[in-house]
Design a binder for this molecule. Structure first.
Ligand code: ADP
Length: 358
């Protein structure tokens, strides 16, 4: 008589191609039932329509039949899959959550890739808008590398909770007159991997719904790079009025920008794209002020913007002081400098585009 344990031992020899662990230890084998007439079991998948389902089912069957050929045509394998992910719901921009009721414009700052300067642009645009006398907040939702606390020298800030009008609220930090809430206040950067799951989504939701922004003209949201599930959560929870996309001129960075454009244009999301910002467009050495070196390529963002029918809001060169000021915790736009003028021009162009769509 064959026992359940005999079958489980066989199934331990089948490894899940993605995790490299065996099906039994992964907890994928359920309801195993072995009798003389039949073997039945359920293979449980954490994803909806898992592409590996049919090949793993075949492997299970094959392994059992190799050892116990008498079960030919007597094996039943059920596939259990997780429920499909909810589709993003269109956001009701007219009725935002109560903590966002005093925020006039919510702008997504996004990029297809990491390291293109999205966080630096967000911080400098925030300072530029603040210097134009707007009331500004920054929501740093970049789970993969929350850098706003460093950019605003608020690394040691611990947000406190408060009951306001009977509701639980979190008080943002403040630097250079800008209010800041960051996922970085809640996570230890070394734990980033753990935070990419549902816990991250919950922490983001809490920040979105509970931050006490008060009255703001602009809330800039520093999104994680790319176009994953987390973006769908964010765009379905935040009533964005517009989005800007940051890229370098490099072909490989621009290729993915199109995907970002599609995401915002998706029927369910439908956030107006205010424009593209090209960062690291060229480099001019101090000793050769008339020379421009196009290190990452030239004109790529301008062409892409024209092709996609969106505005190029500006081009920002590589400037050493931009990086230094960021590391010092005071975005360069807080100083009188040529560097500041790039961000100020972009802020002006962004407002112009926003006025067209609102
Ligand atoms: P992202 O948010 O897209 O990952 P960051 O804003 O963190 O990118 O920028 C990546 C690095 O490039 C940082 O060290 C930043 O200081 C630097 N950086 C960004 N823009 C510029 C620029 N225009 N000139 C010089 N350094 C820049």
């Amino acid at each position: 008589m064959i026992r359940n344990e005999d079958i489980l031992t066989l199934l331990r020899s089948i490894l899940h191609p993605e995790s490299g662990e065996n099906l039994v230890d992964l907890g994928m084998v359920e309801n195993l039932n072995v009798s003389e007439e039949r073997i039945s079991l359920t293979l449980s998948f954490a994803r909806h329509r898992d592409p590996l389902a049919s090949s793993l089912k075949k492997n299970v069957e094959k392994v059992i039949l190799t050892h116990y050929p008498q079960y030919q045509d007597k094996i039943t394998i059920f596939i259990k899959e997780a429920a499909p992910k909810p589709k993003p719901q269109p956001v009701d921009r007219e009725h935002p959550a109560s903590n966002l009721a005093g925020v006039k414009n919510i702008i997504a700052v996004s990029s297809a890739k990491g390291g293109v300067g999205k966080s630096t642009v967000t911080a400098n645009l925030a300072v530029a808008l603040s210097r134009m006398n707007y009331r500004v907040g920054v929501l740093d939702a970049d789970l993969y590398g929350p850098s706003q606390p460093t950019l605003f020298n608020l690394e040691n800030y611990s947000p406190v909770g408060e009951q306001i009008d009977g509701e639980e609220r979190i008080i943002p930090g403040e630097s250079l007159g800008i209010k800041l809430m960051s996922i970085g206040f809640f996570i230890d950067a070394s734990d980033a991997l753990i935070w990419r799951g549902p816990m991250a989504t919950n922490a983001l939701r809490q920040m979105i719904r509970q931050t006490q922004w008060g009255e703001l003209d602009f809330l800039l949201v520093d999104l994680p790079p790319g176009t994953g599930d987390i973006h769908l959560t964010l765009v379905s929870d935040l009533p964005f009025h517009g989005a800007v996309i940051i890229s370098t001129p490099q072909k490989i960075a621009l290729a993915d920008v199109v995907r970002g454009i599609k995401m915002f244009r998706n029927d369910k999301i439908n956030v107006p794209i205010l424009g593209l910002i090209e960062n690291m467009s060229w480099f001019t050495p101090a000793e050769l002020p008339d020379n421009r070196y196009y290190i990452f390529g030239r004109g790529g963002a301008r062409e892409l913007a024209a092709r996609e029918g969106i505005k190029l809001l500006g081009e920002i060169p590589l400037i050493q002081r931009v990086r230094e000021a960021s590391d010092e915790g005071r975005p360069v736009t807080s100083e009188e400098s040529l560097a500041a003028s790039y961000y100020e021009d972009i802020a002006g162009n962004m407002i112009h585009q926003l006025n067209k769509v609102r």
